[in-house]
Design a binder for this molecule. Structure first.
Ligand SMILES: [Zn+2]
Length: 474
């Protein structure tokens, strides 16, 4: 099966410049995805250079200029450029090449097989995010072959180390990388989009991630006089830590409806019964009612979208039943909403704990969580294209609980969205970072043209008859 692949690829790749039908691009996408999934870019150590060389081979064969920046042995970023007229600012198609580790013993198929069986494509990275990388690659290939009249540069950026420390994206945006070119961009598309299928295989909604919360992990530390457990010490390190943690546990952080989150709930109103439907239609008003606010606060999923959250996750103290320990510490998984000031949150926590002897240690590196407005040409292009391909399926804004590379680009004035047309069941999405990571061949095929249409609409002149850009009315 695999042996015929290079031959097929050679045939498909051998005709740059010619216009191919949709199905040829779809077949090319599936074949390239299988090959890409066979490349082991597990981080650590990464070896993203292998992924970069794979992309380089495909792009250069199409006559697209490619640069590779090997910033550490075997670790590389790749930037490919399709120049436009410069009338509008560039669009970046960004994807990370690294994947998280996979334990072959727990998988039905070897994690780097790229196997295709019964309509399913298997491999670490199928969901996160090699299939998305292939859709972006195909958009470059097709834009070049079809000679699109680009009004903006199209930049294809493949990075290393997203799953560990963003080393690749930080390098690309640093003085030794491609900052001067990347920072000119108006838009960036990367991972984070979430489009769920219901049990009947129908899309429920297309979620475009416009913002993300920021992990702000804190350590609480106390010290005190150690002693024998037979004679209690009221203000021992551990007693003070327990008291502080209990105050943290009881503390209710404030509810706040960010515009994109408010929109998400409005878009969900049709799917839920009363009284929630009424609440969701105007959440800022609904939470003025204390009873409603309490109900939503106690709903784990809803609550996490409306406030800064704190989970007590690690507690360390003591080693022997009859010894009162002299130190104690705890770790809190804090997630801040976009736009929040970490110093203000620290001050809030200090006043909640109300004990100056409890030290609160903030994380060594923290990136302020941020969001992009959905009021943009790119967002409207996504809505138009999805309405054509999937009439009646709502497009909504989502907020992620963790960070993607988008967080690095938004402070530069770039509207960064997590967007993909790929559709997955919740069982499939759970295989990202899990066992048996896989994706349906059908959704890969169908998404090739959808993604390309979005790129085409936002990178060329507005199509005739398209509504002029205007702020959203709802
Ligand atoms: Zn990812």
């Amino acid at each position: 099966m695999r042996a015929v692949l290079p031959v097929l690829l050679a045939l498909l790749l051998a005709v740059p410049g010619s216009s191919k039908g949709d199905s040829d691009y779809e077949t090319l996408a599936v074949d390239l995805l299988q090959r890409y999934l066979q490349i082991d870019t597990t981080v650590p150590p990464g070896n993203e250079m292998r992924g970069a060389l794979f992309f380089k081979e495909v792009l250069e064969r199409e006559g697209i200029a490619v640069e590779i920046d090997e910033f550490a042995p075997g670790r590389a970023n790749l930037l490919a450029t399709l120049p436009g007229s410069g009338k509008r600012r560039p669009l970046i198609l960004a994807n990370h090449m690294d994947v998280v580790p996979a334990d072959p013993a727990r998988w039905k198929m070897p994690p780097f097989s790229g196997a295709r069986q019964d309509g399913t494509i298997w491999g670490r990275g199928a969901e996160d995010m090699k299939a998305e990388g292939i859709l972006q690659l195909l958009a470059m290939v097709r834009a070049k072959r079809e000679g699109l009249a680009l009004e903006r540069d199209l930049l294809f950026l493949a990075t290393a180390d997203e799953e560990v420390g963003f080393a690749g994206a930080l390098r690309a945006l640093g003085p030794e990388g491609w900052r001067s070119r990347l920072e000119k961009a108006e838009f960036l598309i990367t991972e984070g989009g979430e489009n769920i299928l219901d049990d009947k295989g129908q899309p429920v909604y297309f979620g475009v991630a416009t913002g993300e919360k920021g992990p702000f992990w804190l350590t609480l530390k106390t010290t005190g006089t150690p002693g024998h457990g037979s004679r209690p010490i009221a203000d021992s390190a551990l007693n003070r830590l327990v008291r502080a943690l209990d105050r943290v546990r009881e503390h209710r952080t404030g509810l706040k409806v960010l515009p994109s989150v408010g929109r998400f709930f409005r878009d969900q109103a049709a799917r839920v019964g009363e009284p929630r439907a009424s609440w969701y239609r105007d959440l800022p008003r609904a939470i003025q009612d204390e009873k409603v606010a309490r109900t939503l606060y106690d709903d784990r999923e809803v609550s996490a979208l409306l406030r800064n959250t704190v989970s007590i996750t690690v507690v360390k103290a003591g080693y022997k039943t009859n010894v009162i320990p002299g130190t104690a510490e705890a770790e809190l998984d804090v997630r801040l909403l976009p736009g929040e000031d970490p110093q203000a949150f620290l001050a809030e926590l200090h006043s909640v704990i109300d004990d100056p002897s409890v030290e609160i240690v903030p994380p060594a590196d923290f990136r302020r969580p941020n969001a992009s407005s959905p009021d943009s040409d790119l967002f409207r292009a996504i809505e138009r294209v999805l309405a054509r391909h999937y009439p009646g399926v709502p497009v909504t804004t989502t907020m992620l609980a963790g960070a993607t590379e988008s967080v690095l680009y938004r402070p530069l004035g770039i509207s960064a969205y997590g967007f993909t047309p790929l559709l997955t069941t919740s069982a499939e999405i759970a295989t990202a970072h899990g066992d048996d990571e896989r994706i349906q061949e059908a959704t890969v095929r169908r998404s090739v043209g959808v993604f390309y249409d979005v790129v085409r609409e936002v990178a060329t002149a507005a199509p005739a008859g398209a509504p002029a850009a205007r702020p959203r009315a709802r």
